[in-house]
Design a binder for this molecule. Sequence first.
Ligand code: GLU
Length: 472
Amino acid sequence: MSEPLTFFEQVNRNFDKAAAFTSHPPGILEQIKQINSVIHFVFPIKRDDGSVAVMHGWRAEHSHHKLPTKGGIRYAMTVNEDEVMALAALMTYKCAIVNVPFGGATGGVRIAAHEYSESELERITRRFTFELFTKNFIGPGLDVPAPDFGTGQREMAWIADTYATLAPHDINAAGCVTAKPVSEGGIEGRAEATGRGVFYALREVCSIAEDMRAIGLTAGLEGKRVVVQGLGNVGYHTAKFLQEDGGALIVGAAEHEGAIAKRGGIDVEALMAHRLATGSILGFEGATDLASRDLGLEVDCDILIPAALENAITMDNAPRIKAKIIAEAANGPVSSTASEAFFERGVLVLPDTYVNAGGVTVSYFEWLKNLEHVQFGRLEKRFDEQSARRLLTAIEHATGRGFSDQEISSIARGAEEIDLVNSGLEETMIEAYHTVREIFKRGGGAYDLRAASMIGAIDKVALAYKDRGIFP
Ligand code: GLU
């Protein structure tokens, strides 16, 4: 039984279920739910062998209640209008939950990126940017792309360069796209931000003893058994932080080529090195190769992290999943009906719109940096350092206690960009969880965390319309 609803239909099903617990007028709810603009581009590119390939690309802007709109650009064979619309809608709700003042958007090109050379991908990306530009679908105040599945810093640098060429008088041109290389106006910490955000989210969720008891787990991440599906940018960083900073055990991993399990825990860096050397996660020392990649999701664990694409978990495999917590590091990995089944079974599903919002949060910081034209921490770093030193000297004089050089340098340290980014991200993920949890508690068991985060998001977007007088 494959998933009967399209991805966008599932997002809207989740929306409708949550909306029923709000009191907003139906017209406002309908306005929030609809895609405001969507465009389909068809353009040719010349391949390295001289032939012409016809590309299909899309960009959906889900909500203009705040501008710019924001969201990734995906290169995958799954890309179609329904997919970008679903992802764009998720972006609106995601931004609302973490208080990032953007509407949601997503775009993509239907290609298997690995079948194209680097120069072909550059031509595709530059031409796609040109299409976005000429149709008013890109700009620092309009619509700001970022990476998604199949794209990364390299593509973002091409987008930024193409936009800057087309808009030479736009002093804020660097803010037309985020997750750029740091040398091109990017911000420290963006590459790992989504994974780091998933880690902060899980650490917070697992720190609440009462909630953990309710699902038969002890508090804390230490020793929790984790399975990660997808070792791309998000899955890899999530696994790395959970292992290195959280003390969790990565007991299973799944990728295109297959899945592995190791009860004692897989060393993430060693697994990545093994994959780089052999082209596969299979055959990793001390781990068992599973019969199929899908079995990776069914490995016995406490926390399952689907970090690849949508619909990885549907009613087909949900009954066999043993995890107590599922953290949606990908967008839409658990189908709407499977999510309901987990709620009935008492499995805690941490929804994508909250748990993977670290990426767009740090994109927001990058955009602010681009508009301010200055690196965070540049003005105050040394001043803060010197103030702390003066304070320590005053304490030394008053108490007669001397501080060691090591104490002084650790206490009197001005924040650098990466410190500020990580601090802002940590605060955002913790704060947002408590907001969502509050709404969830208010429901008294009537709805799950996905609905709770959706209710929070709907309330915020509705407020934007109310404040501008669209309410009756
Ligand atoms: N693909 C990212 C996401 O789904 C993009 C977020 C951004 O705009 O930084 O969250």
